[in-house]
Design a binder for this molecule. Structure first.
Ligand SMILES: CC(C)(COP(=O)(O)OP(=O)(O)OC[C@H]1O[C@@H](n2cnc3c(N)ncnc32)[C@H](O)[C@@H]1OP(=O)(O)O)[C@@H](O)C(=O)NCCC(=O)NCCS
Length: 176
């Protein structure tokens, strides 16, 4: 694989991050193509807590975002992963996994309670994410609502994501 580096975003990568999200989600079956808008909205409100860019041979090719989320009665300590995106021509080479692993490592250094997301268990189970009996996200089937606790406390209750995830483009809501 080409030399891969993962670093926090800088202002000069904002355009690349938008492009990566637009291209990665262009043909995604359940996306409404609002992911780039969600990332922009998180950043504008200071809610983009962790934003990592993957560079292959120095070129931005992937991005991952984490924001805080309330989980049930727990108003702090949990982060929501998403969106994560890799340029279509470079998917399947480990870049997405490297972004997820780096992001989770960063959350651990922040002493987070854990991470939650809405996504495919077939992909996210490899990082330790799983469904929990009482973990839910409004409007999403239970099996796609996943959590990864960093300590003993299992995530419990409804996930309340940042308002940016309610963003509506001309076509509707986006993929968390
Ligand atoms: C999801 C995504 C970020 C993964 O990045 P990637 O660099 O392609 O992933 P990796 O190379 O680290 O891992 C590839 C593995 O993930 C699997 N995979 C990728 N997307 C998947 C999905 N949506 N569901 C299940 N498995 C998936 C591949 O089949 C492959 O499996 P294998 O290791 O068993 O062969 C990337 O495919 C992408 O940008 N997809 C479009 C946007 C998207 O769906 N984002 C996630 C929802 S927010």
């Amino acid at each position: 694989m080409a030399r891969l580096e993962i670093r926090p975003e800088t202002v000069s990568e904002i355009g690349d991050i938008r492009k990566i999200n637009v291209e990665a989600f262009r043909d995604h079956p359940i996306s409404r193509q609002t992911e780039h808008l969600i990332v922009d909205a998180l950043r504008e409100t200071g809610a983009l807590e962790v934003s990592l860019v993957a560079f292959s041979e120095g070129r931005p090719v992937g991005h991952i975002a984490f924001s805080r989320a309330a989980v049930g009665d727990s108003k702090s300590g949990w982060f929501l992963l998403g969106p994560v995106a890799v340029l279509p021509g470079l998917q399947g080479q480990g870049i997405g996994s490297a972004l997820v692993e780096s992001g989770l490592a960063e959350l651990r250094t922040r002493h987070a309670s854990g991470c939650v997301l809405v996504g495919d268990p077939g992909y996210y189970s490899r990082f330790g994410f799983s469904a929990f009996p009482d973990l839910s996200y409004e409007g999403v089937p239970h099996e796609y609502v996943l959590g990864l606790p960093f300590a003993d406390d299992a995530p419990c209750g409804t996930i309340l994501a940042n308002k940016a995830f309610e963003i509506e483009a001309e076509l509707g809501a986006g993929c968390a």
